[in-house]
Each structure stands twice: as structure tokens, then as C-alpha cells.
Design a protein around this ligand. Structure first.
Ligand SMILES: Cc1cc2nc3c(=O)[nH]c(=O)nc-3n(C[C@H](O)[C@H](O)[C@H](O)COP(=O)(O)O)c2cc1C
Length: 229
């Protein structure tokens, strides 16, 4: 039996009363999605290598963003001293001190100014036709210029998608994660030198889980959360 089939039978997803996937729809990503859970306790003795940290961020940046703005930034908080500062900003949450790394995932404002430069590699690789890239630059300029609320929405969307991608990438590397919204954004910005154009959107702890962690919790029934139109 493939690993993902076995884990479906024993993992978090089986408790959630969601129908089995359709034939032909099983894929290893499904078991990663179902086995991820918000980790409560980490083994503080186990660190991540720089290579692991960089691979996590590289995979996180495969997330999509509007016009491929890539309006995000990642701060990997891993030194004891920096963890203590971040833990204080996260209202003393123990995980920040224990996890090998906690990423401050920032969304960036005003990145539409960089779009001509950002789209060039896609044009040079013949992925995006040059006229399309020019249209995107004009559309992004029209959408975002002088529209701070939309820039903020976009920053939060992009950073959130990157955070989820990072968590699934970590799960695929045998690591455990916790998303954290419980932090003081102003303190994080000040302590970690964020610019006025950067929002600390979410923290993501990554490391090796220790004992006492919970499986993924049951979810609302599909009827509660979806409809067809
Ligand atoms: C935006 C967001 C903010 C969260 N903030 C915290 C937090 O500050 N502290 C914490 O322990 N867990 C936090 N969590 C984790 C949630 O409590 C957890 O994802 C939820 O209970 C579902 O658990 P499960 O994913 O393990 O099933 C947060 C999750 C999200 C998505």
C-alpha cells in the first residue's frame, strides 16, 4: 500500500468524516495536508541546518502572488537571543523559544514599482510574452498606485500563501510547524527592523515536534462551508 494511503487510514484526515478521494485523485500532497497539525511542543535540542532553512524559504517562494509580485520577506529567527525577543513579542508563547526556527513572514507594500524588473526573467524564459508583461505592469500600476488598502490586502494574501506553502514544505521534510497570529506587530516590526513598507503578517514556528502534540483537529462539515453557484 502506498505510504499516503496507509497514513490516510491512521492520520488526522480519517477523523474528519470527509469522503474518500475519488479514484485517481490520491497524491502524496494529500497526506501532507491531512497530517499537518499546529504543533504545541518542540524539541529545543534539535536545530535546522542553513540548507534546510534555505530550502524551506525557496519552496515557500514557489507560492503564487498577484502579477508574480512576490511581495514577501522571510526572517528566520534562530539565535537564542533573537528567539527571546520574538517570544516576548509573541506574548511569551513557549513554542517560539523551543522551535528550531520561527519565520517572521512579512508582506510588502509598493512592490508594483519593481514589477518591470520582476517580470523580466519570465519574459526572457519565453514564459510570458513581452506585451503581456507590459500589460501587467500597466494594470498593476493602475490597481495599486495610491491604493494602500489594496496593497495591504495583497501583502497579506501573498504572505499567507507563502506561509501555507512553507508549512507544507516543512511537513514534506518531516518537520513540524505552528502558524502564530498571537504577536504584537508593532513590537515585531521594531525589534526586527521592518521598514514602513513591511507588515509582519504571520509567524511560523518550524522544528522537530516532541511529546504531547495533538493530531489535526476535526473540521466543519463541508455543508457548512461550501455551496455551488
Ligand atoms: C492565523 C492563525 C493564527 C494562529 N495563532 C496561533 C497562536 O498565536 N498560537 C497558537 O498556539 N496557535 C495559533 N494558531 C494555530 C491554530 O490554533 C490551529 O491551526 C487551529 O487550532 C487548528 O489546528 P490544527 O491545524 O492542528 O487542526 C494559529 C493559526 C492560524 C491560521
Amino acid at each position: 500500500m502506498p505510504r499516503h494511503v496507509a497514513s490516510r487510514a491512521t492520520g488526522g484526515g480519517s477523523r474528519n468524516a470527509i469522503p474518500s478521494p475519488l479514484p485517481g485523485m490520491l497524491h502524496p500532497i494529500h497526506s501532507l495536508i491531512e497530517s499537518r497539525a499546529a504543533t504545541l511542543h518542540y524539541d529545543p535540542a534539535r536545530e535546522l541546518s542553513e540548507q534546510q532553512i534555505m530550502e524551506l524559504v525557496r519552496l515557500a517562494t514557489c507560492a503564487p502572488s498577484a502579477y508574480n509580485l512576490q511581495n514577501w520577506r522571510f526572517i528566520a529567527v534562530r539565535s537564542r537571543e533573537a528567539k527571546a525577543r520574538l517570544k516576548a513579542a509573541a506574548f511569551g508563547q513557549q513554542k517560539v523559544g523551543e522551535a528550531a526556527v520561527t519565520f517572521i513572514i512579512c508582506g510588502r507594500l509598493n512592490t508594483h514599482d519593481e514589477l518591470p524588473h520582476l517580470l523580466r526573467p519570465a519574459v526572457e524564459a519565453a514564459i510570458l510574452p513581452d506585451p503581456v508583461a507590459r500589460d501587467w505592469v500597466a494594470m498593476a500600476e493602475r490597481d495599486y498606485r495610491d491604493n494602500l488598502p489594496l496593497q495591504r490586502d495583497e501583502a497579506i494574501r501573498s504572505a499567507s500563501l507563502a506561509a501555507m506553502t512553507l508549512m507544507l514544505a516543512a511537513q514534506g521534510m518531516g518537520l513540524s510547524t505552528t502558524p502564530l497570529g498571537g504577536f504584537d506587530g508593532e513590537v515585531v516590526s521594531r525589534q526586527f527592523g521592518l521598514t514602513d513598507n513591511e507588515l509582519p503578517v504571520i509567524l511560523v514556528c518550524v522544528g522537530y515536534g516532541s511529546v504531547g502534540n495533538l493530531p489535526q483537529k476535526p473540521r466543519r462539515a463541508l455543508d457548512d462551508v461550501m455551496s455551488y453557484a
